[in-house]
Design a protein around this ligand. Sequence first.
Ligand SMILES: [Zn+2]
Length: 243
Amino acid sequence: MASTNRSTLTVGGIKVEVVRKDIKNLHLGVYPPHGRVRIAVPMHIDDEAARLAVVNKLSWLKKQIAAFARQPRLSDPDAVSGESWYVFGQRYRLLVVTTKGKPEVRKPTKSRLELHVPSRCKKDIRLTVLDRWYRKQLREAAEPLLAKWESKIGVKAEFWGVKRMKTKWGSCNHETSRVWLNSELAKKPIECLEYIVVHELIHLREPSHDDNFVKLMDKYLPNWQSLRDILNSTPLAHEDWQY
Ligand SMILES: [Zn+2]
């Protein structure tokens, strides 16, 4: 198997992922969905040489990134009938139903998500009811995955929870063994949740993202990089997430 190694540079305020592998030429690319910059270089090229190569292409790079920034974004949801909402990667059409009872969310068919709320219910209440439901879905899906991977990896999270996070899919405190999962994961394919669970649990053994961390990820979840790409490319979020 060809070996690769990764590092990160910041050039002119732009974060650049450097991937060293068994190739002859340098490849500089800007990738969807948000203009991630990556340079692939031959094994013998050091960070300084890679930096110089990026500097030489800086004006081209800035143009590409600006083009990405101009692309239209998904608008914020209003939680009204007809909107598309995703549950574990599956697309549903939302139907808002008036109820005299308790607000609730139902999934009566494979393509319909029903939001039952009192008549003239305000938008922020509708979004809150949905948010609460998504958190519950995520907790229920994450629990068996955490148990499965804790025993495989040989670690134990002292605490785990679900919350909304702006910039991360998950987080892990190595000292206190606490793991948080982003509630937005309930909208992504379940394999992506599994990837984040494995990622955070491996942090209990290896706090940084160094070579050892990558080695452990490769060992336990060999396809983790394609799962990460799915997570960061499916146009399901309504904000910009990075991981
Ligand atoms: Zn991490």
